[in-house]
Design a protein around this ligand. Structure first.
Ligand SMILES: NC(=O)c1ccc[n+]([C@@H]2O[C@H](COP(=O)([O-])OP(=O)(O)OC[C@H]3O[C@@H](n4cnc5c(N)ncnc54)[C@H](OP(=O)(O)O)[C@@H]3O)[C@@H](O)[C@H]2O)c1
Length: 231
């Protein structure tokens, strides 16, 4: 892995991914909205920035050219199919064989085998309802974006994030194929470690065609699962 593109580089997750990617010695190309370029000032001179909307196909075509991997933040913002447009452009223009890593939340299910806490289902219903009312959020578009990824032949991984918090890194999160696995019960990950998992997935072929649901490795549920495995 030499050159990676980070789509949505100016967001909180994106900036952590930029740092992790630079720490690994990768050449980094970042895509972010023109108005957000300033949020990447700390990396000026260290990364190439291509300003533009992440669902702009010409922007993505230019940004992913020559990249061995693409890290794409899928967000449910707006009412113009932003997430599906972003995912499709990445799938269409990344070079064949490139590692493609997408972010989303636990609410996305790949095979319908996830067992969700009632609170999470309530949050999703509320977000869908509010989103339709305000036209600011479109959860179903993020779901549709992931469907496109799941059915593609690309070498993808969809990393499903738990609730997030800020704070120092605790190390690589642990993961499960399905929400409902006791290891995930704590439902909390440091955002810096979510980014770490995304970047580490670039070189982890065991995660190709997986949709890991992650949780912080120091959370009570992760520690309890570790103890149970050792016992
Ligand atoms: N927040 C959570 O608790 C949580 C939980 C589970 C999973 N996740 C997943 O983690 C990833 C990152 O989420 P995050 O919440 O941590 O946010 P984030 O990293 O700050 O990313 C937000 C992204 O959305 C862009 N954005 C914001 N408003 C926009 C708009 N109106 N139109 C287009 N783009 C817009 C931002 O771009 P600018 O920099 O240009 O504003 C940025 O790239 C997402 O895939 C999310 O599904 C988040």
């Amino acid at each position: 892995m030499q050159k990676v593109c980070i789509v949505g580089a100016s967001g909180k997750l994106g900036r952590y991914m930029v740092q992790h990617a630079l720490d690994r010695g990768y050449q980094v190309v970042g895509v972010c909205r023109e108005r957000s370029v300033g949020k990447l000032d700390a990396f000026r001179g260290h990364i190439t920035i291509i300003p533009g909307f992440t669902n702009d196909r010409a922007v993505i075509q230019q940004a992913v050219a020559g990249c061995d991997g693409v890290l794409a933040v899928l967000v449910p913002w707006g009412a113009n199919h932003y997430a599906t447009g972003t995912a499709q452009a990445v799938l269409d223009y990344a070079r064949p064989g490139a590692r493609l890593i997408f972010s989303c939340g636990w609410h996305i299910t790949r095979d319908g085998q996830d067992v969700y806490p009632a609170s999470l289902k309530r949050e999703e219903v509320l977000a869908r309802w509010l989103g339709r009312l305000t036209r600011m959020v479109d959860i179903d578009d993020q779901i549709a974006a992931c469907r496109r990824v799941f059915t593609s032949d690309a070498r993808w991984t969809v990393v499903r994030g738990s609730d997030l918090e800020e704070g120092e890194s605790q190390g690589l999160p642990v993961w499960s194929r399905h929400v409902g696995d006791p290891i995930l019960t704590s439902n909390l990950t440091r955002r810096v470690d979510y980014a770490l998992f995304m970047v580490a997935a670039l070189e982890n072929d065991t995660l190709v065609h997986e949709a890991p649901a992650i949780v912080g490795c120091q959370t009570p549920s992760a520690l309890a699962a570790g103890r149970a495995m050792r016992a």
